[in-house]
Design a protein around this ligand. Structure first.
Ligand SMILES: *Cc1c(COP(=O)(O)O)cnc(C)c1O
Length: 387
């Protein structure tokens, strides 16, 4: 190894920290000051395990037990909660625990890729409920009933219904309550993927009537990651948390232990702020709708549900695409112009279609973003010479 080749690892600076962040993936995961402190305090490996007697969620100091068995269940109105290493791990845990190899899972077309890979890993067959297509891409809960009937006609066994709430592409919130009724009618467990919901907006399992929810701490709960949790109805507790025959305290689906590090500490440290911020959800939706209207005034088109019900939004812009075809920087011009204006979150190279989130930014900052888009669109009125 050449001398000094490891030097670059000694000072890992993050270029984008502190920028105006409209990346849907990052907007809900920005740490609170309390979590930032916890991150340093508990950074030493396995330090949360100082007083562990064999089960992470039973640790009283730091107060993980209270958090997992009292605070979180109350927060989402679940009978029980278990920690996971993320939303995807939650999905896989549920699928692996309750389904048999070769069973069907019915999912929405707007599902996250992790839904597919979790089902594949669990050996399940996937049946997809299509969306309504351009421009709203809505999921109709009634279509699940058709899918159920089709599978049952072929004598297939359906282990689980899954709905993405909201989906990570358009930010659509489908009718989960309606699907819960269908799930009950056919006696099929129902999992609601709330990676983009819990921690941003109120979610009440009892009210929705679902069997499971999965949450993502780094996506929506101001937490470093990866961490998440499952909320479940009582009847699933013993199945999901089945113990090892050899180590009676260790849960098999959790491989004995999950989020055993700083991640749980940041999730707990941010929680009082997170539980407060969900009360601002109506204002968040209002802000998103206002931003969508202003973007449309500039000539962009918001796809997905309209009026919109979530901070994650998908935009289409033929104008920006046309500019990219003339611009000498090509399709990277949008990313570069935004970055110049201290705005982070639209993927490099995207112009025609992109998603963003208004969650972590104030209306003042959104005004700056709109002004920047306005200026960028003016680039299109100036004739360019392509290099
Ligand atoms: C981000 C995301 C996930 C994955 O979350 P992890 O906690 O990183 O596993 C799953 N589903 C949806 C809809 C997402 O947006």
């Amino acid at each position: 190894m050449p001398k000094d080749s490891l030097k670059k690892f000694n000072n890992l600076k993050r270029e984008t920290r502190g920028m105006i962040n409209i990346d849907p993936l990052q907007a809900g995961g920005i740490l609170t000051n309390e979590a930032r402190q916890a991150l340093v305090e508990w950074g030493d490996g396995f330090s949360v395990c100082d007083f562990c007697q064999g089960k992470l969620d039973e640790i009283k100091n730091p107060p993980i037990y209270d958090f997992v068995h009292q605070i979180l269940p109350e927060f989402i109105n679940a009978d029980a909660v278990c920690l996971t290493n993320g939303a995807r791990e939650g999905k896989f845990m549920i699928m692996n625990a309750i389904a048999k190899y070769g069973d069907f899972i019915i999912i929405d077309k707007n599902s996250h890729y992790t839904t597919y890979v979790a089902a594949e890993r669990a050996g399940l067959k996937i049946k997809i409920v299509e969306n309504s297509g351009y421009p709203e891409f809505k999921i109709d809960a009634n279509k699940y009933e058709e899918a159920i009937k089709e599978i049952q006609k072929e004598k297939g066994n359906i282990a689980l219904l899954l709905l993405t709430y909201p989906d990570g592409n358009y930010g659509n919130l489908a009718d989960a309550k309606k699907l819960a009724e269908i799930a009950k009618k056919y006696n099929i467990p129902f999992l609601l993927n709330t990676a983009y919901a819990i921690g941003r907006m109120p979610v009440n399992m009892e009210e929705l009537g679902v069997d499971f929810v999965i949450a993502s701490g780094h996506k929506s709960m101001a937490s470093s990651g990866p961490i998440g949790f499952i909320g479940m109805k009582k009847e699933w507790e013993n199945i999901l948390m089945k113990k090892s025959r050899y180590f009676p305290k260790k849960e098999i689906e959790a491989l004995g232990c999950t989020a055993r590090g700083t991640v749980i500490m940041t999730l707990m440290a941010s929680f009082s702020k997170v539980s407060e911020r969900i009360k601002q959800w109506p204002e968040q939706v209002e802000k998103a709708r206002w931003f969508s209207e202003e973007m449309e005034k500039l000539g962009l088109k918001q796809l997905g549900e309209k009026p919109h019900n979530h901070d994650l939004m998908f935009f289409e812009s033929k104008k920006l695409f046309e500019i990219s075809e003339k611009e000498k920087r090509g399709r990277y011009f949008l990313y570069q112009e935004l970055k110049k204006n201290n705005i982070w979150g639209i993927k490099p190279g995207l112009t025609k279609n992109f998603k963003l989130s208004t969650f972590a930014v104030s209306k003042e900052e959104l005004k700056k973003i709109l002004k920047t888009f306005e200026d960028i669109l003016k680039l299109g009125t100036v004739p360019f010479l392509k290099n």
